[in-house]
Ligand binder design. Sequence first.
Ligand SMILES: [Zn+2]
Ligand SMILES: [Zn+2]
Length: 281
Amino acid sequence: MKSFLVFALSAVFSCTTAVFAHDLESSADQSCARYLGNEGVMITAGDTKVLFDAFYSQSYGQYALVPETTQAALLKGAPPYDNVSALFVSHVHGDHFSPAPTLEYLRSNPEVTLYASRQVVNTLQGVEEEVSSRLVAFDLAAGDPAQSLSVGPISIDVVRIPHSGGPARADIENLVFRVSINDRLTVMHLGDSDTDERLFAVHQDHWFAKKLDVAFPPYWFISDPSGRTVLDNWLRPAKTIGVHVPIVAAGNGDAWRAEQGGDLFTDPGEVRALTAAGCDH
Ligand SMILES: [Zn+2]
Ligand SMILES: [Zn+2]
């Protein structure tokens, strides 16, 4: 009887251990993108989460704001927005970044570091040391070689690609972040990059240095032939999800994806699995 009990207990224990280990293994392999609004996305890779362009106040009457319930959950660090370690900002425009909600987020989430252009960080001058110590500014001119930084499981390579709209927008420091997490997933966020292939050709070594899993360009890269050339010849991502889609596309995503000829985020709250291991979040 005693030996039976021991056997039964050990069987239950090893079974539980096996299930637990399996869960850990599968969630560690999972990678997800969750759409927040406009160019705002949260990337999850295993236990690591990062945000892009998540705190902004301007819709300019055209673009999706982050829904209020999502903003509140982000601020509180409530699941699925818990354990975020980095916030990347592509550029200073109000449909990508606003100082007030960004500061509120950094104050209430002391584990988060912000990575952005000098132009963005300058708008946060004078903040208390507790926050300013978590602001990382990149000083980059268009055409400068990539700058790189590694922090824990996150590797960052960044270049400046001019903002779409030509010389009138040349003063905008638009950064293209390539972020690798745990050496397993590499994503790229393009901000409001111009689609001129020559702007990308000068960075050939940078694009070709690493296999890119997922690119998040503004949606005009997908429909515009020159944007398509940049994706096919230079960035060469395994997967592309267009962002910055006008709010009129919300609720009508399938038609927009078919018309534009590629995947797009159109409705805040959409989630995509980024790797074969899927996405339970
Ligand atoms: Zn812009
Ligand atoms: Zn924009």
